[in-house]
Design a protein around this ligand. Structure first.
Ligand SMILES: *Cc1c(COP(=O)(O)O)cnc(C)c1O
Length: 434
């Protein structure tokens, strides 16, 4: 319902969308062949469409939402900020909220060597900044030969050209491979160890604990500690991309805390504002920062930035989100929900075609296969994952698959009752489609 009580004219909206829009990661020919889902409002862990139906936001609106939609605490903070200072350039000025947010972000990792916050506005740019900082750092340290990166197979670090260089998913990234930074993709830690030397490496980058776009794939325990040792030994910088895992998603504020490892550069975005406004941060050590200091004439400046860097309403949302973590004891309460989610997911194990259920904190991936025994996937043209997610909609769950892995990672505020509805929706959808 709109404020005036009238329903939306879905048909007209669909026609206008089909006439003028181009959606991300979408085959438009297919998109324009059917009526789109028009989301018109959100509240808590649910979203409502133009027909008045509501859904549990099963992927937190592409991994961003933390405390629920339109949380009054965040809405209040953003609207107050909007009537005080909407935007000012961070290039040449500063503002109180960005200052406070930086110290509060760093305080989330007590005792870590990360001391500086560089803002940008999305996950890709947080990674892009980390890459350029790493390359320039080695140039400034008179080791320009350290210009290569290592990332992992099936990694996803964003879509801008630099961040895309690191991507290990061929369908997404092969097309532009010739235009990329120099990156070596390795399958696992053994492959990295087997590599000769390390004196040519600028940095190693990883999604800690779990690779998201790869299909919610978990790293073996100890992976981050091994990487830290490798980087300490070879001198390469270590970058953690916590764009998906940051802000409680894996059960701790940051995934890297679970192995007690800190990187040299830490990238965060998606959940930083509670999933309300775009904002990102690249946190770095004092050692890296110091290399960039000098007179203007020495040309050591980091020439990088975006117009909306440290956007004040986005900073206000981020501060309110951090307040909510304390006020609502989000992480404490989450531990029980994580255990409850695991119990609910167990019910899916008995279903045919369920090959593997992977869970990391409040993130789950349910992988479907034609023949789990023989490890035979469904043919990708069958789009089984997409079909299951579509069927789940009619049972009140909105989510997206990664190929044939059904993703379930609702906002951290999701109740046990809602978790149950979400998992039941997946159960019914698998039975209907497979
Ligand atoms: C989503 C994501 C990115 C890219 O973030 P955008 O805000 O979509 O540009 C980078 N790294 C990881 C791990 C992500 O999940």
């Amino acid at each position: 319902m709109k404020a005036d009580g009238a329903l939306w004219n879905t048909h007209a909206l669909a026609a206008a969308d089909h006439r003028h829009l181009w959606h991300p990661f979408t085959q438009q020919q297919e998109w324009c062949g059917e009526e789109p889902l028009v989301i018109v409002s959100g509240s808590g862990a649910t979203l409502a469409d133009s027909h008045g139906r509501s859904y549990i936001d099963g992927n937190s609106s592409i991994w961003t939402n933390i405390h629920g939609h339109c949380h009054p605490r965040i809405v209040g903070a953003v609207s107050r900020q909007l009537s005080t200072l909407d935007h000012t350039s961070f290039l040449g000025t500063t503002h109180p909220l960005a200052i406070e947010l930086a110290s509060r972000l760093l305080a989330l990792l007590p005792g870590s060597p990360l001391t500086r916050v560089f803002y940008s506005d999305n996950g890709s740019t947080a990674v892009e900044a980390a890459l350029k900082m790493s390359l320039q750092y080695w140039q400034l340290r008179d080791q320009p030969e350290r210009c290569r990166f290592v990332s992992f197979s099936n990694a996803y670090h964003g879509d801008t050209a630099g961040a895309a260089s690191l991507g290990g998913i061929p369908t997404f990234f092969d097309r532009f491979a010739g235009l990329h930074f120099s990156v070596e993709h390795v399958a696992d830690f053994t492959a990295l160890e087997a590599r000769v030397g390390g004196n040519d490496l600028a940095a190693v980058i990883i999604e800690p604990l779990i690779q998201g776009a790869a299909g919610m794939r978990l790293w073996p325990e100890g992976m981050l500690r091994s990487l830290r040792e490798f980087c300490d030994r070879t001198g390469a910088l270590l970058i953690f991309d916590e764009v998906m895992t940051g802000f409680g998603r894996t059960g701790s504020m940051f995934a890297c805390q679970q192995e007690g490892v800190t990187p040299d550069l830490l990238c965060v975005a998606k959940g930083i504002t509670g999933g309300v406004l775009p904002l990102a941060a690249t946190m770095v050590t004092e050692k890296i920062y110091w290399a960039f200091l000098g007179t203007i004439g020495e040309q050591k400046t980091f020439y990088y930035g975006h117009s909306y860097t440290a956007n004040p309403p986005a900073c206000a949302a981020a501060l309110a989100s951090l307040d909510l973590f304390e006020e609502e004891k989000t992480l404490e309460i989450l531990q029980k929900k994580i255990a409850y989610l695991a119990r609910c997911l167990d019910a899916l194990r008995s279903l045919p075609f369920v090959a593997e259920i992977r869970q990391c904190g409040f993130i789950a991936g349910i992988e479907l296969m034609q023949d789990p025994e023989k490890n035979t996937p469904f043919s990708w043209q069958d789009q089984i994952g997409a079909k299951v997610c579509k069927a789940a909609r009619s049972h009140g769950l909105l989510t997206r698959p990664v190929r044939d892995t059904i993703v379930l990672m609702p906002p951290l505020c999701t109740t046990e009752r809602e978790i149950e509805i979400a998992v039941t929706a997946i159960f019914k959808a698998i039975l209907e489609v497979c």
